[in-house]
Design a protein around this ligand. Structure first.
Ligand code: MG
Length: 202
């Protein structure tokens, strides 16, 4: 079945969250490298990333809910990828486990996309099948015609495959490098590899 649409995850897929994590480490009064180590523990244990504050024995800083992204936080290949994918004639969406505040930022950023959504706005968080069912609804096509691109195997790749969608595993960032690509998913090292990969499926 030919591809008609593609949705992208946000954190560590389109947006480099290093500045975000450094700001949080600073707010919590801990060294960034201690935060990276705790983040690694949560990935290894299959926990939600906010469990890292418990591992560090510090309260989750209030800054958690206040930081917004900046255009400079986009990975250098993000905009070119979105534009290239759109030029293939695919409907392009952005949807991650995000607050409505970040969803508003994504809309204001005027990315070259057709749909912007978030878990808060949709009322379902990945890996909940309801999140992926909502994307299928937004894309207006069959699950097999909608690809999902994300860095996390547990939250992005596996639930997308279970929903009957082609899944592209972006192997960068903490999760992308540590979680092995499961059978059935397509692994890419950068967003630059995504347009040709999707073109071969369209
Ligand atoms: Mg992500």
């Amino acid at each position: 079945m030919a591809l008609k649409a593609v949705f992208f995850d946000v954190g560590e897929t389109l947006v480099d969250e290093e500045r975000w994590w450094r700001t949080l480490a600073d707010s919590a009064g801990i060294e960034p490298q201690a935060l990276w180590a705790a983040l690694g523990m949560t990935i290894e244990r299959g926990e939600e990333h906010d469990a890292l504050w418990r591992h560090l024995g510090v309260a989750q800083p209030d800054a958690w809910a206040q930081i917004v992204y900046d255009m400079a936080d986009l990975y250098p290949d993000a905009l070119a990828c979105l534009e290239s994918v759109r030029s293939l004639g695919l409907r392009v969406g952005v949807a991650g486990n995000q607050s409505t505040r970040l969803e508003e930022w994504l809309r204001a950023a005027r990315l070259p996309v057709d749909v912007v959504a978030s878990s808060d706005g949709l009322g379902a968080r990945k890996p909940d099948p309801a999140f992926f069912a909502a994307l299928v609804e937004l894309a207006g096509c069959a699950p097999a015609e909608l690809a999902y691109v994300g860095d996390r195997v547990d939250n992005d790749v596996v639930p997308a495959l279970r929903a009957g969608m082609p899944a592209v595993h972006l192997r960068r960032g903490p999760w992308g490098r540590l979680q092995p690509t499961p059978p059935g998913a397509i692994a890419v090292a950068s967003l630059a590899e995504v347009p040709p990969t999707l073109a071969s499926m369209s």
